[in-house]
Design a protein around this ligand. Structure first.
Ligand SMILES: Nc1ncnc2c1ncn2[C@@H]1O[C@H](COP(=O)(O)OP(=O)(O)OP(=O)(O)O)[C@@H](O)[C@H]1O
Ligand SMILES: [Mg+2]
Length: 408
């Protein structure tokens, strides 16, 4: 094994030499003997000793404590102070440099050796601990990054699944207005052939067509950004966000025999006149504002509605109910909003109720991925600081989302 090396900083030549000899007898190598603080700092760098014995009172302007402070800042070398006076204020100053030992002159060789060995041991342990901490920190960082990536992938994967739902819904929403536009165009040709196409006829036709096209364009607009991850939290009107999702699936659910209702149950809420043919789901005002990721929030609502639809259809097919019902209720609590989505699909079997939000938990076999609710939990709880949970109600499941209200 290599000899451990010691730098001696001592301005009294005779003492320095006797320490040197004692050290050599004990099996250490002495890199140098220096007598000033400045030289000590230099030698700490060039000689890279394993340990430094530092006298406190030295020649020159820099004393041993100041030299120790400078060495400590730049190099990782344990220092043991040597002094003839146990002066209180000196001790206090010395403590600040976190020395590895403190020897009062005159000292025995054995004391010197013990101090050096302890210093080397403690230094080694401290370095190992530092290394361990560093490795641990890196591991934590790596693991956090992996789990962040995993969540991101899951969210994207789940968005792809919702994309299927949405394309079907948008396709359905478009069919009717598209037919209407086709009829207007056909009618225009017939009117022209029969000479009925006057100015009034023409403007009625243009208005009618534009109405249909606006509806189609709104349907698309509501979801244009849906697949783009929201970059930062922004305040948004939760009533509008919910309405946009309900609007999209309303017709399709109705066709499957399910009626969705959306109600605001806070005293000041007033229903706004409906702008389009979807009378049952026109919005109420004033809207409640929350802060977060609107697109992701809409995806959560879509997930819960589609889950409810699947269960309700199953329940209906088995003859337990004749009409499917899904209600979305928005209420206002102190500083918060609460959204309850209830269905009449018969509820969640008791053995599954604790598992719903786990990744990959599904009862739909190959038809489900089981990430819809897990992802919803990540969005609501980790990303938006809210809460999402499910219980069984009278006729079926009740999914509740609670979010802080924005008061900016
Ligand atoms: N309204 C509900 N009533 C009863 N059970 C429900 C309801 N919503 C969800 N579940 C149960 O929770 C499970 C997990 O739902 P989740 O949305 O995470 O996945 P999934 O719907 O099975 O699959 P995916 O959403 O990927 O298509 C469902 O398989 C279903 O068993
Ligand atoms: Mg689902």
């Amino acid at each position: 094994m290599d000899k451990k090396s010691v730098l001696i900083v001592e301005d009294e030549f005779i003492i320095a030499n006797s320490i040197k000899m004692a050290l050599q007898d004990m099996g250490y190598a002495v890199t140098a003997i220096v007598s000033s603080g400045r030289q000590a700092v230099e030698l700490a760098q060039t000689g890279s000793p394993d340990v430094i014995l530092m006298d406190i009172l030295l020649k020159g302007r820099m004393d041993g404590i100041e030299a120790a402070r400078m060495i400590r800042e730049d190099y990782d070398i344990p220092i043991i102070f040597l002094t003839s006076h146990a002066n209180e204020s000196l001790l206090e100053r010395a403590k600040l440099t976190e020395p590895f030992g403190y020897l009062l002159k005159p000292f025995q060789d054995k004391e010197l050796q013990t101090n050096i060995e302890m210093a080397l041991y403690r230094h080694d342990m401290e370095n190992r601990l530092k290394e361990l901490n560093r490795t641990l920190e890196n591991r934590v960082k790596e693991e956090t990054e992996i789990s962040r990536q995993k969540d991101y992938l899951l969210i994207q994967q789940s968005k792809m699944a919702s994309m299927g739902e949405m394309i079907v819904a948008i396709g359905h929403q478009w069919r009717q207005p598209l037919n209407a536009v086709a009829l207007y165009v056909q009618d225009a040709r017939d009117a022209f052939d029969s000479g009925e196409l006057d100015k009034a006829y023409m403007s009625e036709m243009v208005e009618g067509t534009l109405r249909q096209v606006t509806f189609m364009s709104n349907t698309i607009n509501d979801f244009t950004n849906f697949f783009r991850p929201s970059k930062k939290k922004t305040p948004f009107n939760i009533n509008i966000a919910i309405k946009e999702v309900v609007n999209l699936v309303y017709d399709l659910f109705k066709k499957a025999g399910i009626e969705i209702t959306f109600s605001c149950i806070y005293p000041e809420a007033v229903r706004k006149p409906c702008e389009n043919q979807m009378k049952d789901i026109c919005i109420c005002e004033p809207g409640l504002i929350v802060e977060g990721f609107k697109n992701e929030f809409k995806q959560v609502i879509l997930n819960i509605l589609c889950n409810a639809r699947d269960v309700v259809i199953g329940h209906k097919d088995m003859g337990f109910i004749s009409e499917g019902e899904i209600s979305v209720e928005l209420s206002k609590l102190a500083g918060m909003v609460k959204i309850e989505i209830k269905d009449n699909g018969g509820g969640i079997p008791a053995e599954f109720i604790d598992k719903l939000f786990e990744p990959y938990f599904t009862t739909k076999g190959a038809k489900g991925t089981g990430i819809g609710l897990y992802m919803s939990k990540v969005i609501i709880e980790s990303n938006m600081g809210g809460r999402i949970y499910a219980v069984n109600g009278e006729k079926g499941a009740v999914f509740t989302i609670e979010l802080n209200r924005f008061n900016g």
